[in-house]
Design a protein around this ligand. Sequence first.
Ligand SMILES: [Zn+2]
Length: 410
Amino acid sequence: MDLKNIIYKRFERYVKIDTQSDEASRTFPSTKKQLVLLKLLAAELKAIGARNVKLDKYGYVTGEVPATTKEKKPVIAFLAHVDTSPAASGKNVRPQLHKRWKGGDIHISRRHGIILNKKNCPELAGCAGDDIITASGDTLLGADDKAGLAIIMSAAEYLLAHKEIPHGLLKIGFTPDEEVGQGVKYFNVKTFKADCAYTFDGDVAGAIEDENFNAAGVKITIEGKSVHPGTAKNAMANAARIAADIVASWPENLLPETTEGREGFIMFTDISGETEKAEIAGIAREHDPKKLKAMERQLEAIVAAKRLKYPLARIEVSFREQYRNMKEVIDRRPDVMGKLMSAVRAAGLEPHVKPVRGGTDGARLSFMGLPTPNVFTGGYNYHGRYEWVSLDGMNKSAEVLVNLAREWAK
Ligand SMILES: [Zn+2]
């Protein structure tokens, strides 16, 4: 199956549309410009012959590829998001196609000296001989997740043109605002009526993800006691300094900058304060819910010690659940990952199951009743100017989608 040309043409068209989402916005979608691409995708779905194409009031685009089998099969859905990360500009993206990469330096921008190679990105190593797409040094590329859009659209078009491939009813969904954590906030799982779904929003070819962090927000408030510094001995509690002391007491091996893989962390994201009052905000992340709780206890113990050290201050710590690891939901439906593994193998790749070090729309969907693991799109270095995607990896991803459709009809 070679859809490289049509995938590239679509991808090129999609990345040129600026769809950056905005954390501070109170509207949904968070930015109007996302609707430009969502409308285009709805029109394109209709043009390729998808059924029941809808763009609803929230901006969600849904459509269907009708079943080709007579017997009823499970309904499978494929999802991708249109927005790009607020972390880097997505305006005037100029994609470059580096054909048949031989393994040397890829010059993203000679002007800015932005070079991509195996040294600064070992994940490239598996892509020798591939066509690599990058931006041009001023913006992110937007493969996260326009690669997913191009893959799903092109595979759907292929399936609509090849009715001899046996599959059940397939659903497609394109969503806004994944990067600001709100992607499926209003997504109606009940009316969507799928048995399981796959987000095409992963990274290098072969990688699949059924696990994400358990996440909690951390808040520490410190009430100090202000006294003239000249007479402060044994009478002052400086809330700002106590905040600094707490943050400095957290072990250095439990920070985002010192952990990887399955290792959890607490990151202190905001500290504000003065003598009378200080506040620390942070995030706690762990794949294992028990270890997350243990980490929370560990921070509470540090706070308890500071209460003894600073009896004149009042220190409170609290945690708030943000999202949970989807693995517990997906594990209850072993066929969801089982079929995916078979589909990846049928595309000639060895599946590499790994945990997401973050949250995914699929996590939220899983807890809404729709088990949704994540599938690779062939890219890496997302959210910045070093972002790249392998066109061959995208083609493999589209092949996995077609194989999934087949697998679920078996
Ligand atoms: Zn994404």
